[in-house]
Write a protein that binds this ligand. Structure first.
Ligand SMILES: Nc1ncnc2c1ncn2[C@@H]1O[C@H](COP(=O)(O)OP(=O)(O)O)[C@@H](O)[C@H]1O
Ligand SMILES: [Mg+2]
Length: 364
């Protein structure tokens, strides 16, 4: 059972202590567990912000929009960062509101080295999600990506240390858990937790495997492509703004369903999206293949492995079919037997939920 509470923080006294926090390039998702039943409460905040001039203060106050005031500008954080330009400019039909630059504290799965405001923005979002700790030094399991197999320049350790310090500064005791492994905990029960989990995210794609709950440490890695790669590919090819592509891809954000049907692209943008989706999926499958050969002889694996797909990039209709095509199609891209390819029940929140479940398991 789960329930997404968007309006409040997750700090409620009847909750158990200890939280899960999935830190992604596109979203941060928190998870707490009620004491009474096993219900897990989730809260998701878009990991984005815009910077406006001080002249916007009046309208922000009037519209009751939360902001952070800096010396000579204001920052709007979260979903509002995407909505705010619309609120400002709806009357001007010719203005492409999407041109106002939306910035993100994370890029490629880690705290952005190019973004001076990254830490302070993350702090605001974390406080917004988790609220005050329920006890001093409350435990938080937070997700971290594995090392990208195709980009050695990304420093996961530094990112991890920075998050631990940030959590400490707001009263939490953070411990990193691999993102794919977190998904095994929330979605793997039906398979006795012997499965491969792939988190198809925005900046990175995370791959992990477990054999009866044990993380196969030598088989975890990430791939430095995700939804951002698709967005940029389509935007460059058709010479249209990235935000236009995202709108076509995500459709109705509130309902968390994509308007894109990859089996039936209906316009030029959707045709391009399908092309880049296919290229992205096959790239990830080829790297799984390559990685598999480096550990083949040493790791005990189930005879036939189910693959669980999670993450926002797995949301469009027809996504699983494209993965199946790559796995079971005429030219199968994987060198081991796959029993099935399954979509996670809630692809945007599975990792956060899994982190909370793992915390409960470790406390038992
Ligand atoms: N409804 C949707 N349809 C299609 N793609 C979506 C949808 N919602 C989010 N996405 C895409 O999913 C990605 C974010 O997924 P997520 O798993 O949250 O990534 P991360 O963990 O990297 O933050 C983005 O590329 C975003 O555009
Ligand atoms: Mg993620």
């Amino acid at each position: 059972m789960e329930n997404q509470d968007k309006s409040t923080t997750l700090t409620i006294s009847e909750n158990k202590t200890g939280a899960g926090l999935d830190i992604g390039t596109a979203f941060l998702v928190g998870a707490r567990q009620k004491s009474k039943d096993k219900e897990i409460l989730l809260k998701k905040v878009r990991c984005a912000f815009v910077e406006l001039g001080l002249e916007s203060l009046g309208i922000l106050k009037m519209k009751n929009i939360p902001f952070i005031k800096k010396e000579d500008s204001v920052l709007i954080i979260g979903e509002e960062a995407i909505k705010i330009p619309r609120a400002f400019f709806t009357r001007n039909d010719n203005l492409d509101f999407l041109e106002l630059q939306v910035r993100r504290p994370l890029s490629d799965g880690i705290i952005s080295p190019r973004e001076a405001d990254a830490i302070s923005v993350l702090e605001v979002i974390i406080k917004q999600i988790l609220g005050q700790p329920l006890v001093p030094n409350e435990k938080v399991y937070f997700s971290v990506p594995a090392m990208p197999i195709d980009n050695v320049l990304v420093n996961i350790e530094y990112h991890t240390e920075t998050i631990i310090n940030l959590l400490k500064s707001v009263g939490y005791d953070g411990a990193p858990i691999n993102e794919a492994y977190a998904i095994v905990h929330s979605e793997g029960e039906d398979f006795g937790y012997s499965c491969m989990a792939i988190s198809w995210g925005a900046g990175l794609t995370n791959v992990g495997m477990a054999n009866e709950i044990w993380e196969i440490d030598s088989f975890k890695f990430s791939v430095s492509r995700g939804g951002d790669y698709i967005d940029k590919g389509v935007s460059d090819s058709l010479r249209i703004p990235i935000t236009r592509v995202i709108l076509e891809k995500e459709g109705d954000r509130k309902k968390e369903i994509s308007r894109l049907d990859l089996t039936n692209p209906r316009n030029e943008i959707q045709v391009a999206l399908k092309y880049f989706y296919k290229s992205y999926i096959n790239y990830v499958l080829d790297l799984i293949h390559a990685k598999f050969f480096t550990l083949k002889t040493t790791v005990p694996l189930p005879d036939s492995i189910p693959i669980i797909c999670s993450g926002g990039s797995a949301l469009p209709k027809g996504f699983i079919e494209l993965v199946k095509e790559g796995v079971f199609g005429k030219r199968s891209r994987l060198p081991f037997a796959v029993s099935d390819v399954i979509l996670a029940k809630s692809p945007l929140t599975a990792a956060a939920k899994g982190l909370r479940i793992k915390l409960e398991m470790d406390n038992a």
